[in-house]
Design a protein around this ligand. Structure first.
Ligand code: FES
Length: 196
């Protein structure tokens, strides 16, 4: 066996051993962290519903909450923003959200329970980048017919202000809407379904 072969085998062994130690090290760090949390905080870290206080969100503003490790956006849309959703439907890939993921109670033009509030997982459906909120319009740099929405900087996918993707984009579907319900006018529970 040549020295090169021995070195190659040794390098592969060390790489594998390092990976195992690395994974073990990560678990060793995560486990004490979870064990140290109080029951409610631990449940939240593992994916329990999250209460989102939306009382202070202003029109046109978006706030991020974290649920199951994902950024969940709550956007408060103005009346103009909601009205524009109907105007742009003809240029969308899935305007009625037939192939996209959202609870049945959000399968509507505004993809939400209340027209003014959009609750959405902030992840591009192409490769998972985080699209930017671009409510400004018109914006010829993005699209001459742009009515405001989300623009993914990674590969240029465009969405409207309901997270519905434009036709011909790398992203195949509308952004996901997670289960959620209103506990009151100003409190949204992300991760629990709205009852019929
Ligand atoms: S990840 Fe958004 S367009 Fe590719």
């Amino acid at each position: 066996m040549s020295n090169e072969g021995v070195d190659g085998n040794r390098r592969r062994f060390l790489t594998a051993a390092t990976s195992v130690v690395g994974a073990g090290g990560t678990l060793a760090v995560i486990w004490p962290f979870l064990a140290s949390l109080k029951p409610s905080a631990k449940a939240q870290a593992l994916g329990a519903p999250v209460a989102a206080d939306i009382a202070k969100i202003e029109e046109g503003q978006q706030v991020t909450f974290v649920w199951r490790g994902s950024s969940i956006w709550v956007l408060k849309r103005s009346k103009e923003m909601v009205d524009n959703l109907a105007k742009g439907a003809s240029v969308l890939a899935d305007p009625n959200s037939e192939i996209s993921r959202q609870p049945d109670y959000c399968k509507n033009d505004h993809r939400s329970i209340k027209p003014e509030y959009l609750v959405m997982n902030g992840k591009c459906t192409h490769l998972g980048c985080s699209p930017k909120l671009r409510p400004d319009h018109p914006d010829p740099a993005i699209d001459p017919n742009w009515l405001g929405g989300y623009f993914c900087p990674c590969h240029g996918s465009k969405y409207d202000l309901a997270g519905r993707v434009y036709s011909g984009q790398p992203a195949p579907k509308n952004m996901e809407v997670p289960p959620h319900r209103y506990a009151s006018d100003t409190l949204v529970i992300i991760g629990e379904d709205q009852k019929a």
